[in-house]
Design a protein around this ligand. Structure first.
Ligand code: CDP
Ligand code: MG
Length: 732
């Protein structure tokens, strides 16, 4: 039980502003005075919390040993020096911008300071800290729960899409920026929060940018709300200018010099080069862990495997090498391993072992791994790009910016002087890398954001106070898409369909699938498909067992629909009682399916809330797949490709040449397909496709397949014929 404590006059006079009564259930509050005068002033030689309390104010029990261990490390973080000044500034200002070196303790400590200073009230309000990445939100929440010696999900929790590990008791919540934006739809003044830390603001993700614009409007209406914008040492001045009058505070950094090495020649294959460099460091350099930056799961797993294989052949006088991957779809237990200690020497007095973490951009600024002395930076990351003319949003492996390269190298100098090996030439760094990464808002399809803003009642998008306004063409494209889907009417006002779409935590097009599905009595089937598409891939295909994996997948394959293949696999998973062995034997990713199951349950609840019927066709009837394919056509009519006489597919209206992705189980080359995703690699692929036809297209989306403004293309003739057939049927 949490002991409720009365505030003495001494506490309130120490400068906490706001509503005193709202502080009564913050157990830290009775310590407030001693915190603010004692801790900051006596920081240094012998800081302990013990002078204040030995009991955990949340549980009323003595702090655990683990708490004290972590506390020792926490008090050494640069932000600790800063605690009192920061809290004072926050009390005196509604918005504060904080800039600090990565690893200085911003994310883990500052939200805790705010909790200690009495902003949240147990049982009603909390402090939020947003993160651009799911992994960061979950991993940091778990760390901070340990730091506060409480159970994750109780006083400290997290919320990410489809996963809520928080409760009524939560006073500190880590969440993705997208989730806070979503919460704003039902709580426009964000009343649940007393303080919001917009963390990693320098990343300039779409959701963080939109949140900043939104908070500009909310802040004057919520004088009791504090906003803390936290950023690595980039762009902080820009935030200060944007939030006029907000003080900018710099957390004094503590970094060691990092020596930078470039390659003499450009590297042909950066994965190979990264492996080679890592192995060289291991054999030749003094002790210290290695951080390698790669771009995605497959590449990272592959690299880890090769590193382990090579390390296994090293003679015993070379230290042990342990290798950990880090990417977003990694299970939490595996993610935690990156924080484990490097192995010691194999024999007493021998060479100590070394830890290698092979990571995506997550480790660039979001997560700090202690002990890193060497960074291997091939210079690439997966980045979202959007081409409004072709209406294509895609993830593409692209060169990083100079700012990113600097952040990456900084990771080597956290605890001692380090080295960074850039796998590109110095000339390339200077001439080829752009200075800073473009904000995501300039690289994204805006349909989902526009729908959110409309739902929030922001109609004038052109005058919305964006930090960097998106291109007008991109906004137009988004409005157009929402209009074609019936979410906005011709005046740009939200329709009933739009409201329902906005209720769903999904991309508008995906939400549309669920809305259309009852028309074909297959909402249960579509729910399963949407759930499978909302989680990491359910089919596993380890490189060395590719053939076996493909054979296993073939059992589920429907020869004209990858979506139905997903549906089959999910059905079989249920039919086999979600058995682990079944998943294992059939190369199904149990974790993903489990997540899909959970996502599906949540979507079912939303469907029920919206009064959308849950219906199925008989699995044995031919309607079963047909209805699904018609639904897909009814919702994805803007993502259609047509097979040209040349044998190449062309996307409808946008005229992009594309090929079916090699992972498809669709047989041959059907004339018309709807596709889920546009993948840009060495060539343009469409992934997860389902066969459709002109009759269905014109029947379900006549406003889009309108001949009066349909561009000349090979598909046009078929569309015309389909209309003729439709007219004939109608006249009969
Ligand atoms: O946000 P910022 O980059 O300023 O730093 P932080 O994420 O708050 O990290 C502060 C310290 O906590 C670092 O030394 C991390 O290594 C440590 N930390 C940890 O040991 N385990 C975690 N799961 C998260 C952070
Ligand atoms: Mg941070």
């Amino acid at each position: 039980m949490v002991k409720k404590q009365k505030i003495s006059s001494g506490d309130t006079s120490s400068g906490v502003d706001g509503n005193v009564s709202s502080h009564t259930s913050n157990p830290y509050l009775s310590h407030h005075a001693s915190y603010s005068t004692g801790l900051g002033a006596s920081y240094g030689a012998n800081v302990t919390y013990d002078q204040h309390t030995e009991t955990n104010p949340w549980s009323g029990e003595a702090f655990s040993g683990k708490y004290h261990d972590i506390l020792k490390k926490r008090t050494k973080l640069p932000v600790y020096l800063f605690r009192d000044k920061l809290l004072k500034t926050v009390r005196e200002n509604q918005i504060v911008v904080i800039e600090g070196e990565t690893g200085s303790g911003k994310t883990t400590q500052i939200p805790q300071f705010l909790v200690e200073d009495g902003y949240p009230t147990l049982g009603s309000t909390c402090v939020a800290c947003t993160q651009p990445r799911r992994v960061a939100a979950t991993s940091i929440a778990s760390r901070v729960a340990d730091e506060m010696d409480v159970k994750l999900g109780a006083e400290v929790g997290y919320t990410i899409r489809f996963e809520d590990e928080s409760s009524d008791r939560t006073v500190l919540k880590f969440m993705t920026d997208g989730m806070l934006l979503r919460e704003a739809m039902s709580d426009p003044l964000l009343k649940r929060y007393k303080a919001i830390c917009l963390d990693e603001a320098h990343e300039r993700t779409l959701a963080t940018d939109v949140l900043m614009g939104l908070l500009q409007e909310v802040i004057p209406k919520r004088p009791d709300l504090k906003l803390i914008v936290m950023s690595a040492t980039l762009d902080a001045k820009k935030f200060q200018d944007y939030f006029k009058g907000a003080p900018l505070m710099k957390v004094p950094g503590r970094t060691h010099p990092v020596e930078i090495f470039y390659t003499a020649q450009p590297e042909r294959n950066y994965v190979e080069a990264a492996i080679r460099t890592t192995l060289q460091i291991h054999q030749c350099e003094s002790p210290g862990d290695i951080l390698v930056f790669l771009t995605g799961e497959a590449e990272i797993e592959d690299c880890c495997r090769q590193l382990r294989d090579s390390a296994a052949t090293f003679p015993s006088n070379v230290g042990e090498l342990v290798v950990y991957p880090l990417y977003s779809s990694l299970p939490p237990a595996a993610q935690r391993k990156i924080f484990s200690q490097a192995p010691g020497p194999r024999v007493a007095g021998g060479v100590p072992g070394r830890k290698v973490v092979v990571s995506t951009n997550i480790a660039e600024t979001s997560l700090t791994i202690d002990g890193i002395v060497y960074v291997v930076d091939p210079g690439f990351s997966k980045q979202k790009i959007f081409n409004p003319r072709a209406r294509v949003e895609s993830l593409l492996v692209s060169p990083i910016s100079q700012a990113s390269a600097k952040q990456r190298s900084g990771r080597a100098g956290r605890t001692q002087p380090g080295k960074c090996f850039r796998l590109y030439t110095e000339l390339s760094f200077k001439n080829d890398l752009q200075q800073a990464t473009y904000p995501e808002i300039l690289r994204s399809k805006m349909s989902s954001v526009v729908l959110t803003l409309k739902k929030l009642g922001i109609d004038d998008l052109v005058h919305f106070d964006f930090l960097d306004p998106p291109a007008p063409e991109t906004l137009m494209r988004a409005l157009e898409l929402l209009n074609y889907h019936g979410a906005l009417d011709d005046e740009g006002d939200m329709t009933e369909v739009g409201y329902k779409m906005a209720e769903m935590p999904l991309d508008p097009q995906m939400a549309k699938l669920l809305l259309v599905s009852p028309d074909y009595s297959c909402s249960n089937e579509i729910l399963s498909i949407v759930a499978c598409l909302s989680v990491p891939a359910i089919f596993m295909r380890p490189k060395e067992q590719a053939k076996l994996a493909d054979d296993a997948k073939a059992q589920f394959a429907v020869d004209d629909s990858d979506h139905c293949t997903l549906l089959n696999a999910y059905n079989e998973y249920l039919f086999n009682n979600k058995s682990r062995d079944y998943c294992w034997d059939n190369f199904l990713n149990e974790r993903s399916l489990n997540q899909a199951d959970n996502v599906r349950n949540q979507l079912v609840r939303i469907m029920q809330k919206l009064d959308l019927p849950l219906t199925s066709n008989d699995r044995k009837s031919s309607r079963y797949y047909t209805a699904v394919k018609q639904t897909l056509t009814g919702a994805m009519f803007m993502q259609v490709a047509y097979l040209q006489r040349s044998g190449v597919y062309m996307t409808i209206k946008d005229n992009q040449s594309v090929s079916l992705h090699p992972s498809t189980d669709v047989n041959g080359k059907p004339q018309w397909v709807v596709y889920e995703e546009f993948v840009l690699t060495s060539k343009n692929y469409i992934r997860t496709v389902t066969v459709t036809n002109a009759d269905w297209l014109v029947a379900s989306a006549p406003h889009y397949y309108d001949l009066t403004n349909f561009p000349e293309c090979e598909a046009k003739g078929e569309i015309e014929q389909a209309y003729r057939r439709m007219a004939q049927r109608a006249s009969k």
